[in-house]
Design a protein around this ligand. Structure first.
Ligand code: S3P
Length: 765
């Protein structure tokens, strides 16, 4: 085709979009816009008349020319899809045609932004307000318009890097263009863009080019590639990319690429040293971190895994719709105990030797703890079907993490970590999600400071916490003002690193998993009545851990069976540590038909099958000594109370106000919605149950769980005796403690449907 032919007859072409550079990127933009029903005229300018003809034949463009001057003046929006080093000449040509780009929104697709910005400054003396620099994060190793794909940008990010004085209308036009192709448009500044892309795109391309080039040179006949399998193919696909484009990118983004290459070389040197020394733990630690991070990344792309919901829980909309009625029958084993799972990773990491954990809870909270230790250099295999193998590094073997430790929704993790990290030589930061960021941390920060730790909190003693390393700790006698296993455990963990004895007195018995597990790891913990203590400076020896099913999760199904006529449900392998059995004690006091079968001890923790059948319940005054023993089970117990005959009264439970939500208020709000008579108190609640086997105990309605897993599960169970559907919003956090709750709920006969992303069954492969 001649230049003249390529220029279709367009004396008075309607204004529209001009794509300069009709290759894969420009062509896919045209294709995406066409597919979206974009009504405007699309023209293209390219030095290759053959590409223009192909674009016309494919129906992607209405007109094409090899000369910019023929198309640019009529365009409203111009997209520069040429290699970055060609941008300056192009901008100068555009300036000559329309000085300062007035009235035209111009954008580019270059992989580096500082060079394009600098080119614009040289040409125009500034970045013109209508020039909106951008970069679609999508592509393929293919090039040319023939490879144009209307779906190339769908679901991908497009990064725009507007300046402070960028014209709002031009920005909106460029945004709209990409959004029409199904892309997500984000804004960031030029420097950040270039640094991020150097790491995530430019460095991997350099490595792929280098690997293929190195191998190809070693084997001039390229015989070696005959034997190359999937790994080689996956790793080197991008080495087939356009060499000119990449020469320009590495020239343009030189400094940022060199910085990321330095980091990479340091990491490679560490791995080389590990391979050379045969240091299996160091390899496992690095591979484990990488493998986990890769799966996390995969899940972000696929939007399927637990981690995705974890990362996006503030936005994620998981709603339970629960049909009224249903049954509670069968045998189920709920997932592993959350408290014990956290501790198994912590103590396993600090022990000497290899600890194998079975029955580990693969919920978001305990997985965050596991990942935190990986980030501190601990080699951890799994989890796989609840099995985790931890290669302990000893009390002084942790390494400084490269960034803040994120513990998600978990108060237990944050408080226990605070004690453990206070004893390290490095400084660390602990951060959590929105809910955790509201919870009180002075209850650990203050006694830790009394031991000599240096801890900063945000205002009001809230997270995040900064724990300064290298400060010597001294043992402390601490009389806890609140009954808290988390505070007790935090201080005992700090006590491992302290000079002398650390003693903790508790105002009421709280869960003693830390003491038991320390004992199991050969670290003596003494107890006399309400006080326990240990001496710092000893060592932990690896020991296998069998995590029982979590009584706190089982509690929802115990209550389900206790309130549902005709029920007969057996919960298997439930942990019945006496510091956790408040729920069983209270249900029995209310008249529940609840039986413990085959009581036994497994790895230092008592377990049993728990069989529950329906029996009419009666309201009671909950004995004060049961409060700490049932602290996590009250949302479930309140549902039992709503189905009992008469009033159930709870007092002395102000702690419920500082859990994942204010659980007294959250339950009261839910009761108000479904029509359960109650009165709220500062430290408790009175619940007037309707009781009886006949008919529903209350109505239905729409409830906000406030992102609190236990509020969500409690109201799901309530639906068994509701007169109408119960809809519960904000349920994503159920995955923190009970990842397969909805599956098991359906299995026992509850009519539970999930709207939004399912939060369960996202086990790692
Ligand atoms: C836990 C202790 C309890 C409990 C929490 C888990 C633990 O908190 O509510 O879910 O694993 O130590 P407090 O110790 O703050 O009461």
């Amino acid at each position: 085709m001649t230049d003249a032919e390529a220029t279709t007859a367009r004396a008075e072409a309607p204004p529209g979009l001009l794509i300069v550079g009709l290759g894969l990127i420009g062509g896919s933009l045209a294709a995406g816009l066409r597919a979206s029903g974009f009504g405007g005229r699309i023209t293209a300018c390219d030095p290759d008349a053959g590409e223009l003809r192909r674009g016309l034949d494919m129906g992607l463009i209405d007109a094409g020319s090899t000369r910019l001057a023929e198309l640019a003046p009529a365009a409203d929006v111009i997209v520069l899809a040429v290699p970055v080093l060609a941008m300056e000449g192009l901008l100068a040509e555009l300036d000559a045609l329309n000085p300062g780009l007035k009235g035209q929104a111009v954008t580019d697709v270059g992989s580096t932004k500082a060079t394009v910005r600098d080119a614009a400054r040289r040409v125009f003396g500034r970045v013109p307000p209508t020039l909106v620099l951008g970069h679609p994060i999508a592509g393929s190793e293919k090039s040319g318009v023939a490879a144009a794909d209307p779906e190339l940008y769908a679901g991908h990010n497009v990064l725009l890097t507007p300046e402070a004085d960028t014209d709002a209308e031009a920005l909106a036009r460029v945004r709209a263009l990409w959004q029409a192709c199904g892309a997500r448009v984000l804004e960031m500044d030029v420097e950040r863009h270039d640094a991020v892309l150097a790491q995530t795109s430019h460095l991997p391309h350099l490595l792929a080019f280098s690997l293929v080039d190195t191998l190809a040179r070693q084997d001039a006949r390229l015989d070696i590639f005959r034997y190359a399998a999937g790994g080689f193919r996956d790793f080197t696909r991008i080495a087939g990319s356009d060499p000119v484009m990449w020469r320009d990118i590495f020239t343009a983004n030189r400094d940022a690429v060199l910085a990321s290459l330095d980091d990479f070389e340091a990491g490679l040197a560490r791995l080389r040293a590990a391979v050379e020394a045969g240091d299996g733990d160091a390899m496992l630690a690095a591979f484990g971190r990488a493998s986990h991070a890769r799966r996390y990344f995969e899940s972000l792309l696929n939007k399927t895994s637990y981690q995705t919901e974890y990362a996006m829980q503030s936005q994620s909309q998981v709603t339970y719709r629960v049909r009224p009625g249903g049954s509670a029958r069968g045998r189920v084993r709920v997932p592993g105990d959350k408290s014990i799972s956290h501790r198994s990773i912590m103590l396993g990491a600090l022990a000497e030797g290899v600890t194998t954990v079975t029955g580990f809870l693969e919920g978001e909270d305990s997985l965050a703890t596991l990942q935190a230790f990986r980030e501190m250099g601990v080699a951890i295999e799994g989890p796989s079907q609840g099995r985790v193998v931890i290669h302990g590094v000893g009390l002084h073997g942790l390494k400084a993490p490269s960034g803040p430790i994120y513990v998600g929704n978990s108060g237990t993790a944050m408080r226990l970590f605070a004690g453990l990290l206070a004893g390290q030589s490095f400084t660390s930061e602990l951060a959590g999600d929105d809910s955790l960021t509201k919870r009180p941390m002075n209850r650990v920060a203050e006694p830790l400071r009394a031991m000599g730790a240096l801890i900063d909190t945000a205002e009001g003693g809230r997270p995040p916490l900064t724990i300064h390393g290298g400060t010597p700790l001294a043992g402390l006698y601490y009389d806890m003002p609140v009954a808290s296993a988390q505070v007790k455990s935090c201080l005992l963990l700090a006590g491992l690193y302290a000079e002398g004895e650390t003693r903790v007195r508790e105002p009421a018995p709280t869960r003693d998993h830390t003491e038991r597990m320390l004992g199991g790891f050969g670290y003596p913990v003494a107890r006399d009545g309400d006080t326990c203590w240990l001496e710092g400076g000893r060592r932990l020896t690896a020991s296998p851990i069998d995590v029982p099913a979590d009584i706190s999760s089982a509690a929802f199904f115990m209550v389900a069976a206790a309130i549902t006529p005709g029920s007969d449900l057996t919960l298997e392998h439930v942990g019945i540590n006496p510091t956790r059995t408040g729920v069983i004690n209270v249900l029995k006091l209310m008249g529940a038909d609840l039986e413990l079968i085959d009581e036994r001890e497994v790895g230092g923790e008592p377990v049993a099958e728990v069989r529950v059948r329906y029996a009419p319940l009666t309201g009671i005054d909950i004995p004060a000594e049961q409060v700490a023993l049932a602290i996590d089970e009250f949302p479930a117990l309140f549902i039992a109370a709503a189905n009992a005959a008469g009033t159930t009264r709870l007092r002395g439970a102000a702690e419920l106000r500082v859990k994942e939500s204010d659980r007294l208020a959250a339950m009261a709000d839910g009761f108000a919605t479904i029509g359960v008579e109650h009165s709220l108190h500062d430290d408790g609640i009175d619940i007037v149950g309707r009781g009886g086997a006949e008919g529903p105990s209350y109505g239905g309605g729409r409830i906000d769980s406030l992102g609190d897993h236990r509020i969500a599960m409690a109201f799901a169970v309530a639906a068994l005796r509701a007169g109408e559907e119960v809809v519960i919003d904000n349920c994503a956090n159920v995955a923190t403690s009970f990842p397969n709750f909805t599956e098991l709920a359906r299995r026992i006969g509850m009519g539970l449907e999930v709207q939004g992303p399912e939060t369960e069954s996202h086990h790692e492969p």
